[in-house]
Design a protein around this ligand. Structure first.
Ligand SMILES: C[C@](O)(CO)[C@H](O)COP(=O)(O)OP(=O)(O)OC[C@H]1O[C@@H](n2ccc(N)nc2=O)[C@H](O)[C@@H]1O
Ligand SMILES: Nc1ncnc2c1ncn2[C@@H]1O[C@H](COP(=O)(O)OP(=O)(O)OP(=O)(O)O)[C@@H](O)[C@H]1O
Length: 315
C-alpha cells in the first residue's frame, strides 16, 4: 500500500438557521457552508500490523477510537472487510493547524480526508455520493467537508446543494485559546431556550420549507455580492453562545467596528470570522483587532474562501 497525503480544509458557516427538531434527536437546519484555506494535512501510511493507529502533532487530540479520523477508518474497514487483509494496517498522521472544538469542522474534515484517502489507496472507486453517505454516519458536517466549496446544507446538514463557488473573499479568523464550545451543548441549550419557536415535526415539509429564510443569502452568493453576503450573515447558535461567552461577543463587535463586510461566530463557535475584500484589508483588520483586544489568549489567522474540499497535497 502506498502513502497518501490529503489537504483537509476548515469550513465557516455563512448562514445557520435552526428550523426545528427531528425525530432522530438532531435539528433540522438551513445552512450555507464555505471552505476556507486554513487546513490540516492528513497522511495515511501503511503499517505492518492489522490495526488503525493515529499520530498527531497536537497532544490534546485523542489517539483512540474517539478521534474522528479513527472512526472514519474503522467505518471503511467495516464496510470493506477484505481491504485490511489485502493492504495491511493503517497509520493516520494528523498535522493539525485548524483549532480544535472551534466551530470550524476540523475533526469532520479529518474524517472526510480519511474516507477519501482510503478510497484512493484501496482503489475502491467510490462516487462522491457514496463517500458522503458514509461520511454522514460519522458526523453532520462530514459530507460537506468531502466536496467543499460553497453549498446550501439542509436536513441535519448532510443534504447538500452546491452553489456558485466563491473564491473572491478573504476571511480573518479569531479565537481565544482558552475558550472551547461543545457542539452538543450549543444545540441542547438552544433547544431548552428556543424550542417554543420550532416548527413542529408534525407540520408538513412545505410549511417547514416556508420557514427557511436562507433565500436572500443564496441570491447574494449567486450574484457574488460580497457586501450583501456580509450583511446577511446569520447564525442562530450565537443566541446561546454570545450571552454565555461575552468575550466572543466583544470580539465580533471589534471586527464590526473595523468596517468589515460582516462578522459572525462560525458554527457552534467560539471562532469569530470577518469577511473582507483583500489580503491587505485582512492584514489591517487582524492587526487592529489584535491591538484593540490586547489579550494574550487571542489567536488570529488570515485565510481565504476556497472552492475545494478534500484534495491531494502537492508533493
Ligand atoms: C454546528 C455545525 O458545525 C454547523 O455546521 C454542525 O451543525 C455540527 O456538525 P457536527 O459537529 O458534524 O455534528 P454531529 O457530530 O453530527 O453532532 C454533534 C451534536 O450536535 C447536535 N446536532 C448536530 C447537527 C444537527 N443538525 N442537529 C444537532 O442537534 C447533536 O446534539 C449532536 O449530538
Ligand atoms: N481529528 C480530530 N480533530 C479535531 N477534533 C477531534 C478529532 N477527533 C476527535 N475530535 C474531538 O471532537 C471535538 C470537536 O472537535 P472539532 O475540532 O471537530 O470541533 P468543531 O470545529 O467545533 O466541529 P464542528 O464545527 O463540526 O461542530 C473535540 O472535542 C475533539 O477532541
Amino acid at each position: 500500500m502506498r502513502s497518501v497525503t490529503l489537504i483537509a480544509p476548515a469550513k465557516i458557516n455563512l448562514y445557520l438557521e435552526i428550523i426545528g427538531s427531528r425525530p432522530d434527536g438532531f435539528h433540522e437546519l438551513a445552512m450555507v457552508l464555505q471552505t476556507i484555506s486554513l487546513s490540516d494535512r492528513i497522511t495515511i501510511n501503511p503499517i505492518g500490523i492489522d490495526a488503525i493507529t493515529i499520530r498527531s502533532n497536537d497532544p490534546s487530540l485523542p489517539n483512540d477510537h474517539s478521534n474522528l479520523a479513527y472512526r472514519a477508518a474503522a467505518l471503511m474497514v467495516k464496510q470493506f472487510p477484505d481491504m485490511m487483509a489485502r493492504y495491511g494496517g493503517i497509520e493516520i498522521e494528523i498535522n493539525k493547524r485548524i483549532p480544535v472544538a472551534a466551530g470550524l469542522a476540523g475533526g469532520s474534515s479529518n474524517a472526510a480526508a480519511v474516507l477519501v484517502g482510503l478510497d484512493l489507496i484501496w482503489d475502491l472507486g467510490l462516487t462522491q455520493d457514496e463517500l458522503q453517505t458514509l461520511g454522514a454516519e460519522i458526523g453532520s458536517d462530514v459530507p460537506f467537508c468531502i466536496s467543499g466549496g460553497t453549498a446550501l446544507a439542509t436536513g441535519r446538514g448532510e443534504v447538500l446543494s452546491p452553489l456558485l463557488n466563491l473564491d473572491n473573499l478573504y476571511v480573518v479568523l479569531a479565537k481565544f485559546r482558552n475558550i472551547a464550545i461543545s457542539t452538543p451543548w450549543a444545540y441542547q441549550t438552544y433547544r431548552q431556550q428556543f424550542s417554543s419557536s420550532y416548527i413542529s415535526e408534525a407540520d408538513d415539509l412545505k410549511s417547514r420549507q416556508q420557514r427557511v429564510h436562507s433565500g436572500p443569502m443564496v441570491a447574494a452568493i449567486m450574484k457574488r455580492d460580497g457586501a450583501k453576503i456580509g450583511q446577511l450573515l446569520h447564525n442562530d447558535l450565537e443566541k446561546v453562545a454570545l450571552p454565555e461567552y461575552p468575550q466572543v461577543a466583544d470580539l465580533r463587535d471589534a471586527f464590526i467596528a473595523q468596517g468589515v463586510l460582516g462578522a459572525m461566530m462560525s458554527g457552534s463557535g467560539p471562532t469569530v470570522f470577518a469577511l473582507v475584500e483583500s489580503q491587505a484589508e485582512a492584514d489591517r483588520v487582524s492587526d487592529a483587532v489584535q491591538n484593540q483586544i490586547a489579550n494574550q489568549n487571542l489567536l488570529l489567522w488570515t485565510t481565504k474562501f476556497v472552492s475545494t474540499g478534500i484534495h491531494l497535497a502537492e508533493s
